[in-house]
Design a protein around this ligand. Sequence first.
Ligand SMILES: Cc1ncc(COP(=O)(O)O)c(C=O)c1O
Length: 410
Amino acid sequence: MVNVGHGRTRVADALRRQAATLAYCVSNVFANQPALELAGRLAQLTPGDLNNFQFTSGGSEATEVAIKLARQYHLARGNESKHLVIARWQSYHGATLGALSATGMISRRAKFKPLLLDFPHAAPNNCYRCPFGKEYPTCEMACANDLEQVILRTGPERVAAFIAEPVVGSAGGAIPPRPEYFPIIREICDRYDVLFIADEVITGLGRTGRNFGIDHWGVVPDLMTMAKGLSGGYAPLGAVAISDRVASEFREKRVAFDHILTYGANPLATAAACEVLEILVEEGLVERAARLSEGFLARGKRLLAHAIVGDVRGVGLLMGVELVRDRATKEPFPPDARAAAVVAGEALRRGLVLYPSSGTADGVAGDHFLICPPLTIGEAELDLLFEILDESVAAAELRLKVRAEPILTT
Ligand SMILES: Cc1ncc(COP(=O)(O)O)c(C=O)c1O
């Protein structure tokens, strides 16, 4: 999230300069300088032909925009019936209703189910808890190939797009795919004229040690959403990168994208992001994340010394720790034990902010927490981070065992 770190006065200065020049203009009538500059800077970082941009106020809006772009793309090509977006279980794409319809977290969907669109969901990629009970590599990538089954069941003529996080973030705890996963997904999407949307809201802008998470697998999506690291937390901002292939359908058919946001391409937010991207490039923070990556995960894996830690995984400076009541059977804690929240509470008391989440095992039970420090984190801070983490997990283990005992004996 705060990829370039807190307290960067350069970004504060950029915000002040922009506020004194042009704080606002309506984006469907006027272009503005910082938004144009940001598009140019981003095009240097995005893979392949993802050279066109729509700017939003955050990640959920970016998902909404991607969904509507996919729909309008197919309409422009005369494919009236293509409208559904396939997502995966164990995924998070945002809190607004379209984005929540794609989201595959049972717990976050439950209360709003009657309001959600009927988007189909495919199997998640999760080797620690394979949804097919198989093992890699003899699984023959059943999880990736499940997308084809879902497309065929739904009817390819009704499917507009497939959306996935390159590394599953808050819904799964930093679950990386196998190397074959996204190349297979790309092939299936192409076979059925389905746009591939990469949700890079967490993984984008250096978090995984590459510009974008999907870069690890050499795959170019048709649409790519991003937020968090784009402005590094200094302003509310999201974006959708659009491939030239998709954009040209709009241009050639002289179709406008039918979507307006009051704060779309906001000059203040985009000015902050220009400065953030300059810092990212100037200080080589993406390369820094890549350099730190191996040691970061290796130190995280030392947490396996604690009995309640079932798995530690991640890419770059994005790490997830899954908690279990029994490591041998991978049995999760009961949801009311709130295991991840207990660890996060212990960490917060010691000065470390973690991102706890639940539903990791089956959508309801299961706990994990994410660790995603600024890409500027220094060696001494890393030492402190892992010291606090180790103490916090140990303290939580004592508390959770006490809580779990009555359940074990009934
Ligand atoms: C992968 C992913 N997509 C979308 C979103 C939604 O972004 P926002 O909270 O900025 O609306 C998030 C937020 O955490 C996310 O992690």
